[in-house]
Ligand binder design. Structure first.
Ligand SMILES: [Zn+2]
Length: 363
């Protein structure tokens, strides 16, 4: 018997140790990719770690990804370690392997942030940087309210007024889209897509080429948190509903599957998401990507924590008392304390992995 709560970790360093130990115990082949651009808050090295299971020539590959959005890695890491400790590798069907990608954005995981060391949201960074960036007029209208000069009661009230006025005109989901849809104009803002490919972007592409080039079917489950009802895991397929990969995902996951473009998801439509890299790097494989997005708290509470964290790193002091308070809030919003939420995370992850394996076997 394994304990689900013990598979989750309170820090990146703890998660990394547990992941590597569980992967080794499960017979996985481990590799580490060192991020040369940053260290953790304790001076620790920051690595993206991968663990591979199954035959070297496996045609079907299950790919689990944790920490695309840094702090959300607490969830994905816990789910992966639960999979390992519950005997997941031994239960893989014949001819099927698994690749676990742990801490895709190790800086964000270690520092309790969604973004990378470049302040970049990875799920907006996988655009073609040689082309014109998507426009986000809404963000331009609220950018000053997103990052106020000071973090005070007055500045918070001022921001509330600006957001309320915007929502009055464009609706609550319109406001969510303006804030979280992604922007390429404010490097010190939130949901910034970057002006070049980040280290995590280049690294995950290399991982895909080096670890998955022999696969014919690649089923990706990318773990996220922060949107939807508490503990519920939404299966989001962010490719166009007309795409072949969307059709496969629909066949595997059924009506559980949601689509931002189709208007059935809690997520705003975003472009340049991380999982786009896989079909680009693996042109001969059929890639079926979903995000498994777990709800935590309300959208305003989550976005407020993201905004506060952004202010803290640009204009505040992470080591101050206010800094510690804002960091604790940030962690709770993306990784709720207590066993209940974690139990729900694993139950849904276990179910979803089962559907992905069944889907690949039938396709
Ligand atoms: Zn996310």
């Amino acid at each position: 018997m394994f304990s689900v709560s013990q598979c989750f970790s309170e820090s990146y360093a703890e998660a990394r140790g547990k992941f590597c130990a569980a992967a080794a115990d499960g017979g996985g082949a481990l590799r580490s990719w060192l991020n040369p651009k940053a260290l953790g808050p304790g001076g620790e090295k920051l690595c993206l770690d991968t663990a591979k299971f199954g035959p070297a020539d496996a045609q079907n590959m299950l790919v689990l990804i944790a920490g695309t959005h840094g702090v959300e890695g607490h969830c994905g890491s816990g789910a992966m370690i639960s999979w390992l400790r519950s005997g997941g590798p031994a239960k893989l069907p014949k001819g099927t392997g698994a690749l676990l990608i742990h801490a895709l954005n190790p800086y964000g995981f270690a520092w309790t942030r969604r973004v990378t060391e470049d302040n970049v949201d990875l799920n907006r960074n996988f655009v073609d940087h040689d082309k014109a960036y998507p426009k986000n007029e809404g963000y331009l209208a609220i950018a000053d309210a997103v990052l106020p000069k000071a973090w005070t009661e007055e500045s918070k009230a001022e921001t509330e007024r600006t957001f309320a006025a915007y929502a009055q005109k464009h609706g609550a989901f319109g406001l969510q889209g303006a804030i979280s849809g992604g922007q390429y104009t404010h490097p010190d803002g939130i949901f910034f897509g970057g002006h070049t490919s980040t280290w995590s972007n280049r690294t995950v592409r290399a991982v895909a080429r080096e670890e998955l080039s022999r696969a014919r079917h690649v089923a990706i489950i990318d773990f996220h948190t922060g949107l939807g009802p508490f503990g519920h895991g939404e299966l989001i397929c962010a490719v166009s509903p007309g795409a072949k990969s969307f059709g496969r995902a629909k066949a595997w996951y059924g009506d559980e599957l949601t689509s931002p473009e189709g208007g059935t998801s809690t997520s705003a439509v975003v472009v340049g998401i991380m999982t786009d890299a896989f079909p680009q790097e693996l042109p001969d494989a059929q890639v079926t990507p979903i995000a498994l997005e777990y709800g935590t708290y309300s959208v305003p509470e989550v976005l407020n924590a993201v905004r506060a964290d952004n202010w803290l790193h640009h204009r505040g002091d992470v080591a101050s008392e206010l800094g510690r308070t804002l960091k604790a809030d940030m962690k709770e919003r993306f990784f709720p304390a207590g066993d209940k939420w974690r139990d729900m995370v694993w139950a849904r992850a276990d179910q979803t992995v089962g559907w992905a394996l069944k889907g690949m076997a039938g396709g």
